[in-house]
Design a protein around this ligand. Structure first.
Ligand code: BG6
Length: 512
């Protein structure tokens, strides 16, 4: 017998259209709608994956008619959609765009929404399937969900589905994340909740699982016997841009680690799941998060590094210090860089450090996972100039150059035996062409077919916060005294080099 999930998977594999539905976007006048959501839905429609019975209701405070909303998005889409806009397809899309002006804190907004949804549902034949996208500021998440529940829009009793997608940040520490989960669970079942992490929409992140579990040759060496250590880097050259208000309350650790970097870490480290069903995959990811050794206060001091960028140079451009960015206090002690040494307490990874780092205004934009293998057991080439062997390294390049490379030693041509480090490279664009995806297509599509594999489950979010909690506590108790401690355009504070130096290792930067 085929289960519902299997049949959905089959449809997806066959590239079949998603379920008929209405998408309600709370916070529809914000950046996310124009930059990501609309272009992603448009791309899905272009690929024939969006149902013909589909509609959107944007909700925001700003007064606007359906026509105003359509005009606004018609202007904006041109900037954010890849390639030229297909006028017929866009006309089709426009007829499906609706707008409701209202305050998300006001119960009357939801009464109006209910009426509007019934009309739009009848007009577009969307079969009562609705999903609510929370693109508002995080303080509204609980309130919106409660109001949606109170006016009877969350129930799935009559053969239709109701789902909610929640943007980040999901809490700001363990306690607030738990509270948010409790609030949500009063209204929704876990299967209705889709906590989004846009890293999981990236092709190369999804490819980690395919690479590991569809090839027979890597898994046997994917463990402590062969791997020396793993480095995960998410380096950005941008500063805080226009987000100083949010970022100063968050910092690099909260902003990137419990979500994006832990996704990369858990996909790299997890055991093979028993199937590709959502909970089977997420169970294995959750086990890794639970197995990360908690850091004692002493270990926080010796195994974590925080930093904040000063002024500097990115390429040819002068860039200002974090403390002079807009909406950032001039004495801010917020971290814009973090490096951690983490260990996973299980049989596969005992003794293999995971060094993870992320930061803004670094030397180069790069997100990658570098698997450093152990050296060959001894140097065979006696009486030759070869004294050191380069160890093998496999790099999963997530962005901007998407691909995989394997470094190994090769003989430099010539009569004298010399070794050189060479790379075997796979480049996504060479094989599959450059994509024009926003990264949200797959996630929106999965929500519309009810597949939560690429979304965070309540326990995963809480496990992530449990790991970073002790770090946040120690950092709060001991405010940094040396900020800013790295110039923009460099690879971060010197202490981050020392972190690896103490273990006789080095970060994989440009020079290696
Ligand atoms: C977001 C963070 O979640 O991810 C940003 O809030 C960060 O601060 C961004 O810049 C990085 O995403 P990407 O896809 O550019 O690596």
């Amino acid at each position: 017998m085929t289960t519902a999930v299997e049949s959905k998977r089959k449809r997806q594999r066959a590239g079949q259209v998603a379920d008929p539905c209405v998408m309600v976007i709370f916070g529809a006048s914000g950046d996310l709608t124009k930059r990501k959501l609309l272009p992603a839905l448009y791309n899905l429609a272009r690929e024939g994956l969006l149902s013909k019975q589909f509609a959107i209701i944007g909700v925001a405070r700003r007064p606007m008619s359906d026509d105003d909303f359509r005009k606004k998005l018609s202007e904006e889409i041109k900037e954010f959609v890849a390639g030229s806009l297909d006028p017929d397809l866009w006309q089709w899309f426009l007829r499906r765009l609706h707008y409701l002006s209202g305050d998300v804190d006001d119960p009357k907004t939801y009464e109006k929404l209910k009426v509007r949804l019934a009309e739009v549902d009848a007009e577009h034949g969307t079969k009562g399937n609705y999903f609510f996208y929370l693109a508002t500021a995080p303080e509204f998440f609980s309130r919106v969900i409660h109001q949606v529940g109170d006016c009877g829009l969350a129930g799935q009793e009559s053969g239709h589905w109701r789902r909610v997608i929640i943007e980040k940040p999901f809490g700001r520490d363990l306690e607030s994340a738990r509270q948010l989960n409790r609030d949500i669970q009063q209204v929704l079942k876990e299967q209705q909740v889709y906590r989004i992490d846009h890293y999981l929409g990236k092709e190369t992140v999804q490819n980690i699982l395919v690479f590991r579990f569809s090839n027979g040759i890597f898994e046997p060496i994917w463990n402590r016997r062969y791997i020396d250590h793993i480095q995960i880097t998410a380096a950005e050259t941008v500063g805080v841009e226009q987000r100083g208000g949010y970022y100063d309350q968050s910092g690099a650790l909260r902003d990137m680690v419990p979500n994006h970097l832990f996704q990369l870490m858990s996909l790299t480290a997890m055991e093979p799941p028993i199937s590709f069903e959502a909970n089977a995959v997420r169970d294995e990811q959750a086990k890794i998060l639970h197995a990360i050794q908690p850091l004692s206060p002493e270990e926080v001091l010796s195994r974590t590094v925080r930093g904040q960028y000063g002024e500097g140079q990115i390429g040819d451009e002068y860039v200002p210090a974090y403390r002079t960015e807009s909406n950032v206090p001039p004495d801010s002690s917020t971290d814009t860089y973090v490096a951690l040494k983490l260990c996973i307490d299980n049989w596969r990874w005992a003794g293999v450090p995971f060094y993870i780092r992320t930061g803004k205004r670094l030397a180069r934009r790069v997100t990658e996972i570098a698997i450093q293998f152990k050296q060959a057991p001894f140097v065979l080439f006696r009486k030759t100039p070869v004294e050191h062997l380069t160890s093998n390294r496999l790099v999963l390049h997530i962005q901007p150059d998407e691909g995989i490379s394997l470094r190994f030693g090769a003989k430099v041509p010539g009569p004298i035996l010399n070794l050189g480090a060479v790379n075997m490279d796979f480049d996504y664009a060479d094989y599959f062409g450059g994509g024009s995806s926003t990264g949200y297509e797959r996630l929106l599509y999965d929500c519309m077919i009810g597949d939560a594999t690429l979304f965070q489950r309540a326990d995963m979010v809480e496990a992530g916060w449990s790991v970073v909690g002790p770090v946040l506590d120690v950092w709060k108790a001991l405010p940094p005294r040396t900020f800013p401690n790295y110039p923009s355009g460099t690879w971060g504070p010197k202490e981050a080099d020392d972190l690896l130096g103490r273990d006789e290792r080095r970060w994989k930067n440009d020079d290696q």
